[in-house]
Structure formats: C-alpha cells, structure tokens
Design a protein. Structure first.
Lengths: 400, 400
C-alpha cells in the first residue's frame, strides 16, 4: 500500500542527516570517526539557564502555556529586540515556536500560495527550499560565489525578483558558509527591496551573536526600518546560548502575519515546552559574558581550521565572518583519484571518500546548493579539529 | 498587508482556547471566574518525573536529539506498548513528536491528497478536522447520538466510507464526550473496515489511563495483524502523567507511514525538547501507581458533576466512562430567556450567558460539531466543581 502523499515527494530527506547516519554506522562498526557535520555548539547550556529550568520544574510550570509563548518570554523577546537590534515590537507582534525551524515553517506555510516564488541565496540551509516546496511554492536560487565572500550581490537579487516573488530569505551569518553581511552590504539589499514593495523578507538571525574579528552584526530591518512592516525577524536560543535541544525559536513581525502563524501553530504543535520557555527567559534576560568566551574559542578554531585547510593541496578556504562553519572549495581535487581508488568527480564523491578512507564526516556542498565545496562545522574541541585536519591533509596529499 | 495562503483561511483558532482567553480576561477585570474549559489535568507532574528532567539537564542533555525521538524514549514507548497493550513494535515503527497533536498533524500532512476524506465521529476534538482541512483533505463528520453513548456505530461508519476515504479517526476515551469504546464495540468497527482494506485507522489513545468503572481499555491494533498494519496508534504523556506543558506525544504504526511522518517532523520542528523527552522516558518507565490514584480522584469528581448537572432544569448529562469531560445536553434550555434578556437559541448562547451571569467558563458543543451540548472539564478541585455546578443550577433556574 502506498501510504504517503505526493507533497512528500517534493522534499528530500535531509542530506546532513544522511551524512551523519553513515558516520554513525561506521562508528558502530568500530571505526574511529571524527564528526564535523553537526550544526550545534559543543558547549553546554550555561548553568544559570539550567537553574532557571529547575526552578520552573519545581514551581509546577508544567501546563499548557499561551500558544504564542508565555507573557514573560514574549516580553523578554521584545526587550531583546529593543536592546540588541533597536527594534520595537509589542508582545502581540512576536511568536515563540519549537525552534527557529518552526518559525520558518509557520511563516512559509501561512503565506506561500502554489506558484509563489521565494528567493533563496545559495548556498543555503537545506530546510529553506524544502519548506518552500512543501508549501507548494517555487524556490528561486541566487548564487553567492566565493569570490564575493559567499554573499548575494544586490544586482543578482534585483534580477531574481519577479511579479510572483513573495519572500526573500536572508541568513546572516550564514549556514553553511559563515558569511555575514556588513551594514553597507545590507543597505544595498535594502535598496533593492525598497524598489519592489510586493516582496517580503525574512531574516534568519539565529547566528547573530557568533561573529568574529570585531564584526558588528546588524539585521536588515535595523538598517532600513521602512522594511519593518513587511519583514519577519527570526532568531532563537539554539546557537548563541547552546540550547539546541531545548527547541526555542522566536520572531518579530507584523501582527497580521504573526496571528496567522499562530493559527498554524495551534494546529501543528501548540505552544512549545514550558520548561524550555522558562530557560529561554533566563537566557535572554540573564548574563551574556559566556557568549564572549565561547566566541573566543570559536574564533581560535576557525583560524586553526582555515589555516590547515589552505595548506591542503586542491583546497581553498575563505575566512568567514561568523557562525561556526567554513565552506572550503575542493575544485582543485575534482578529476583526481583517492588512495582508496575512488574517482573524485563531485564534492559528494570527495566527502564520501574522505569519510570512508580517513573517517572524517563533513557535508558536501551540493546539499547546500553550491559546488564544488564542503561544509565543516568547527563546533568541536581543538584537539578533535587538529586530528581532523591531519586526516584531511593526508587525504588531499594522497589524491592523484 | 501580507496576503495569506488559502490554506490558512480553512483553519480556525481552537474554540476552547478562545473561551479560556475570555475567562482570563474577565478574571483580570476582577470577576470570580471558574474555568471548566481547560483540556489538562489540574494535577502537577509527579516528582520522580521532574527529578528525571533535572538530572537530564545536569547531564547536559541539551543538544539536538534524533528527529523521531531519543533511543531511550523510543525504547520506553516500545516497552509501554508491549506491557500495557500487548502490542509489539520495532523502534523504526515508533515516532515521537511535540505532543500527540504534532504526531497527528504529521500523519495527515504526510498522507492526505487534495480531496481525500477522513471520517471523524462527532463530537470530536476540533483539531482533527482542522488538521485534515489544513492538509487539503475533507472531513466527513458522522454524528454520534447521546443515545448511542456518543459512540460511532458500525452501520454509520459503513455508510460514511467512500472510495475516497483515506482515514478513520477514533478517539477513546473521547474529548469532549468522555465516551469510551468497549473491546466489542471496537471490534465491530474493525469488522467494517475489513471490507475496506485501503482505509487507514488513527486511534488517539491519549486518555487511555483515565478510564472508570473497571472498564478495560482496548485499542484497534490489538485485534489482528491486518488491522495493525494500517493503524496508527497515537498516545502521549500529557493526560496520564499531567505533563501537558512538556509537549511529548508518540505513535506507533506501519513503517512507511512512520517514515513519512518523520520527514514532516524534520521540516516542521525537528526533534522535541530533549528535556521533555527525558521526562517522558521516566514517566513511561517509572512507577504507575500515581496514574491510578489520580484516575480514582477523577472518577469521584465525575460522579459528583454528573449528579449535580442532572439536577439542573433543562440539562441532561450522560455519564461517560473516561477522560475528564462531560458533555451535557441543554436542549431543555433552548428558547428560554437568560437574566440579561437574551434568548438562548444555541449552545453558544448558553455558554456565553452562563459566563456572563455566573462567571463559569465552559465550551459550547458547536465547537465539537454536535449541538446542543456543552463541554465541562472536571479537571478542577472538588470545591470548585461543586461551586460551579451550583452556579450552573442557579443559572438554569433563572431561565424563563
């Protein structure tokens, strides 16, 4: 019996999951595997946040909450937007969901009609096009080449916008490249959007706090407030607060959109976990010094990885501004053959051979819409990274 | 103004949520409101479960879990089905979501084509039909009369099935009527389905443990392998363990279906909260006495509420065998005038006037697709229930 509906054929199983499943298999066989494919910080949630969760558990905060999030958390979100982004939102203009992912899902399912186009700069987080397809929209990709630091050029955005364009999804700092847009670059994007008043924009700012070398994060609506009434500003606790498992994302946007997202959420999940919401309140309102010290570690690792990768024959690695990913090009390895006899015709061949022969798990660029590259997550211990770099070097040295 | 997708216009915000919000508002204005509209136990989560959550937090279980649940929780679910229901499932036939709501949502989204029909017995939890509609399907509502104990009869099921029927949705014990099917009653329904081998069956067993008068719980997958192979057995920790806020539901069913649901879950939210999952694991694996103690408390309240409601002029209350709801008929009050001067023409008028005159919040039957009734949740203290029933009686006596 064929059980599943055709809409399911529009989505592919996550390639990042597929990569980590193969790595898990090899690990289970007893192989010594170094995993650099994960999208989460290796740091644990800070103690003050954990203790706030404990307090909520003890206090019996174990009941359904307001669908859009507890009043305390929505207030903390409004305060965060004001304090960190100079954005004014009222509690009925924000929504809390089960991860930034659900915020995006709600927004796209609530607004995209069959045939609507959504502009997605590539490389991109895999879920963006999948969700657009699930909503029966059409993703329109704009390539962001390495020689433009993996950032979208204003003229390319302008060319991609048509009468059916509903949304632009902008993700800075970006998964998988780590690229972050400067204020001047955002200004140019904003100018294009001002020319096209029918286009809405969602900014996925989940990596906001993870920037290095004194890079100053700005979000698009802060740079151009005129966009605010057609923008959804998305953020969450997962990356900066090391709270991936707690599943708290949030967004600010026009009330009409937020209320429709809320309606969808009322049918798919209801409110998110109460204990996690209490933890998120403490995260947003509490001390932030751990972010700085975590970032120092991230920056050190980024530098370690970029330097080591650039010493590998056939690889070229750009130094990104933020997140915890690098996105090296493996163009110089294409056409060669590995020690194990594998012909490297694509970036997928590259990562498969690297995993099988050296036990290093990374994700191929094709999964993110820009080849030939691969993504390394450096959210892991320095010693693990050093070991991985030795292996990648050996692998590249062995290519003929 | 953002143009919303058509699919959103097909959805409504849940009526019980709207009533709860109104009751909250009146309370904030200083009114002494008794709310009997909530769908959650008034008990707190048991201490050993809370303790397990805190231990998980301390152990650093704060990272992404598998999309379909941690291995520990899936094993606990497998063991639960074996121990309590005599059902054997493999781990890849089990999935975990953010509440039973998401499990059902995933199932509908993963299987329904435009125009596919889903048979829903009324009165029913409103989310069933909204999810079906949201996924492009068509709910086929089969009214179940009070005379039949609000249960679906085999001949009515037979009459509702068409070549386009994709699912039959069963919920025993039921929200909002409290009706619980005996093993023989379920068997008769399954016999009907035997003639329709393409129809899937969703059994929402979330109220499994809140069952009275020594009635033995039964679920369709228990009958035979043929039925089991097309049944999704849905359950969760919300009601039995007073864990509504933790948002953990689960289901077991045929592998293809579970796989499709996993893909949806990956798009909507990814895995449920890691802390909620650890708590749910402890709930399923831990001591179960407290579940029975609480059931006994619920049964005592049911008896009081049914007796007191049947003393109200114009009200006839059926005595249900499960859940924590009663669904009294108010046909005898229609056409009468409330103290405000308003004539009661519908059950919605009845609950609105009851709230206005006596500050008792309940939900009108129209919200569950069977009128003229209203739903009372007796998940409140005995003192509150006695006070509320006294007020309802006074209200009914004031009608003329």
């Amino acid at each position: 019996m064929n059980i599943v509906a055709p809409r399911m054929d529009r989505i592919k199983p996550s390639p990042t999951n597929a990569a980590s499943s193969r790595a898990k298999e090899l690990k289970a066989e007893g192989r010594d595997i170094v995993g650099l494919s994960s999208g989460e910080p290796d740091f644990d949630t800070p103690l003050n946040i954990k203790e706030a969760a404990k307090k909520a558990i003890d206090a019996g905060d174990t009941k359904y909450t307001h669908l859009n999030g507890t009043p305390e958390l929505r207030k903390a979100v409004c305060d965060k937007f004001k304090r960190e982004n100079n954005l004014d939102y009222t509690p009925d203009e924000v929504i809390v969901s089960t991860g930034g992912k659900q915020v995006l899902f709600n927004a796209l399912l609530a607004s995209v009609a069959p045939g609507d186009e959504v502009v997605i700069p590539a490389p991109y987080w895999v879920s963006y096009p999948d969700m657009v397809l699930l909503a029966e929209g059409e993703p329109v990709f704009v390539t962001c080449p390495q020689n433009n630091s993996f950032k979208m050029r204003a003229e390319d955005l302008d060319a991609a916008i048509g009468p059916k364009t509903k949304w632009l999804i902008l993700n800075s700092p970006c998964n998988p490249t780590g690229a972050a847009y400067t204020e001047a670059e955002l200004r140019e994007i904003a100018d294009v959007l001002l020319k096209h008043p029918h286009v809405w924009v969602m900014t996925d700012d989940i990596y906001e706090h993870l920037t290095y070398d004194g890079f100053k994060f700005k979000t698009l609506v802060e740079v151009e407030p005129k966009l605010k009434d057609r923008a959804l500003v998305i953020n969450g606790m997962s990356k900066a607060y090391a709270m991936t498992g707690w599943r708290i994302g949030f967004a600010g946007g026009p009330k009409a959109l937020i209320s429709q997202m809320s309606k969808l959420q009322s049918q798919s999940t209801s409110a998110t976990c109460t204990i996690s919401q209490a933890a998120a309140v403490e995260g947003l309102n509490g001390p932030k010094d751990f972010i700085q010290s975590n970032n120092e570690a991230f920056k050190r690792r980024r530098d370690l990885v970029v330097k080591a990768l650039n010493a590998c024959p056939g690889l070229h690695c750009h130094t990104p501004e933020g997140a915890f990913y690098v996105y090296p090009s493996c163009a110089g390895c294409i056409g060669k053959t590995s020690q194990g006899g594998k012909k490297i015709a694509t970036d997928e061949d590259f990562v498969v051979a690297l995993l099988e022969e050296e036990g290093v798990a990374v994700v191929h660029g094709a999964a993110f819409g820009l080849s030939p590259h691969f993504r390394i997550s450096y959210a892991t211990a320095d010693s693990v990274l050093e070991d991985a770099m030795v292996r990648i070097r050996r692998f590249c040295d062995g290519l003929k | 103004m953002v143009e919303l997708a058509d699919r959103l216009n097909r959805l409504s915000l849940s009526a019980s949520a709207a009533i709860s919000a109104l009751a909250r508002e009146l309370r904030e204005q200083g009114k002494d409101v008794i709310s009997l509209s909530s769908g959650e136990p008034d008990f707190d989560t048991p201490d050993h479960i809370k303790q397990a959550a805190w231990e998980a937090i301390q152990r650093g279980e704060t990272k992404y879990t598998n999309t379909d649940g941690t291995r520990a929780l899936k094993e606990a679910v497998r063991d639960k089905f074996r121990r309590e229901n005599g059902l054997d499932f493999q781990l890849n036939e089990i999935t975990v979501g953010n509440g039973a709501k998401q499990v059902l949502y995933n199932a509908m989204m993963a299987t329904l084509n435009d125009g596919d029909e889903v048979v829903v017995a009324a009165p029913h939890w409103i989310s069933y039909t909204d999810m079906v509609v949201g996924a492009g399907g068509r709910p086929v509502i089969v009214p179940c009369s009070q005379n039949a104990g609000f249960k679906l009869r085999a001949e009515d099921l037979e009459a509702a099935l068409t070549p386009r029927t994709r699912w039959v949705m069963l919920n025993s014990p039921s929200n909002p009527s409290g009706a619980a099917y005996t093993r023989d009653e379920l068997k008769e329904l399954c016999e009907v389905l035997r003639q329709h081998p393409k129809v899937l069956l969703a059994s929402d067993d979330i109220y499994e443990h809140i069952l009275y008068d020594g009635l033995e719980f039964a679920t369709p997958a228990q009958f035979d392998d043929e039925i089991k192979a097309r049944t999704l057995t849905v359950n969760g920790v919300s009601k039995a363990y007073a864990m509504t806020g933790w948002r953990i539901g689960y289901a077991a069913g045929p592998r293809d279906l579970i796989k499709g649901m996993l893909v949806m879950q990956g798009q909507v939210t990814a895995g449920a909260s890691s802390v909620g999952q650890a708590a749910a694991t402890a709930a399923l694996n831990g001591p179960q006495e407290i579940v029975r103690e609480r059931r006994d408390a619920f049964q005592e309240r049911r008896d009081t509420v049914v007796k007191m409601l049947n003393e109200c002029p114009g009200v006839i209350c059926h005595k249900p065998q499960g859940a924590f709801y009663v669904y009294p008929n108010i046909a005898g009050t229609l056409g009468k005038k409330a103290p405000s001067g308003k004539t009661i023409e519908t059950d919605e008028d009845f609950v609105a006037e009851l709230l206005r005159a006596e500050s008792v919040a309940a939900v009108h039957g129209a919200a569950y697709n069977l009128s003229p009734y209203f739903r009372i949740s007796y998940a409140a203290s005995m003192d509150e229930l006695v006070e509320a029933c006294g007020r309802i009686r006074r209200f009914c006596e004031s009608l003329n």
